[in-house]
Design a protein around this ligand. Sequence first.
Ligand code: NAD
Length: 344
Amino acid sequence: MEYVKVKQQLLREQRTWLVTGVAGFIGSNLAEELLKLNQKVISLDNFSTGHRYNLEHIKKSVTPEQWENFTFVEGDISHYDTCKAITKDVDVVLHQAALGSVPRSIDDPVVSNNSNVTGFLNMLSAAKENGVKRFVYASSSSVYGDSQELPKVEARTGNLLSPYAVTKYVNELYAGVFQKCYGMEPIGLRYFNVFGKRQDPNGAYAAVIPKWIGQLLNGEDVYINGDGETSRDFTFIDNVVQANILAGMTQNEKAFGQAFNTAVGGRETLNNLYNAIITGLKTHLSDFEMREPVYRDFRAGDIRHSNANIDKLKELLRYEPTHTLEDGLKESIAWYINDIKGKN
Ligand code: NAD
């Protein structure tokens, strides 16, 4: 069913969704949209990279009645009992909790494994024990590893380049096996460089778009790793929210046990991205001063080019991205100016 109709159906029929990683970027956006669709949202986070103020942002974005449908539990998915308790009476799981970032996993593979593999298996097993079949989870474009093929097609991955990529690949293997052994309905979404409101601009492992916007707004130097010709399929958060809701609601059995590229199907270099952000900031801030970026070494574990073929998601889940990189940047820059300048 197409997205507009799925949303109409949800407004007529309330379901209970479990969103893990709700204090983070993607989880908080999923919870907000589901609450706006009058759904019940049970949620979990351990605040390892997420923030309490993101929950406050959600509260401010919905009506008091919608906020009453929100339940939050502070807990860690590396504890099985927590996962068992949280998956009770749930219709659909949207599992986002994990430690993101390739460099973080290279610095500390054991810690990433605890959340991303042990925690993932705990969540999947707990959902099975509680009879929750639909388990939508966050995979990653990092599973394509050193594959040179462009655009990336789901069936062909390369040699993995980081512990993070291993964790996400293991998620897909477990999900496939849980479908075969236990009749679960797992659906993996291989996100490609997601960006948008509430993505953390701070910290050593921040993603490029919020980090650069934050640094430029604070008058700091911006670093480009490598020559700036590295390219990515930057994906605005609304497209990712759509993919999750479609995956949560689909009746198409061909989607179960599968992983899907979740992107726009575009590709932009870091140099062009930098210029687009500068242009966006100038449109909003008349006194904004252009800064030249500082180039430094390539980063270990990074793939050179990334661009998704999104036919599978379009065909099996009726996904249609609503926002290009340019559309998403406009919304994000406006949001960060408000948020970051508001705090200064
Ligand atoms: P995020 O760091 O903003 O959110 C992740 C949330 O999970 C945080 O709130 C964190 O506190 C929570 N968490 C981590 N470990 C936990 C644990 N053990 N128990 C409970 N909560 C825990 O990151 P995000 O960008 O929102 O990413 C969400 C998911 O999408 C992750 O699985 C990530 O690997 C995946 N992903 C993201 C991108 C992207 O571009 N943002 C790309 C590919 C995949």
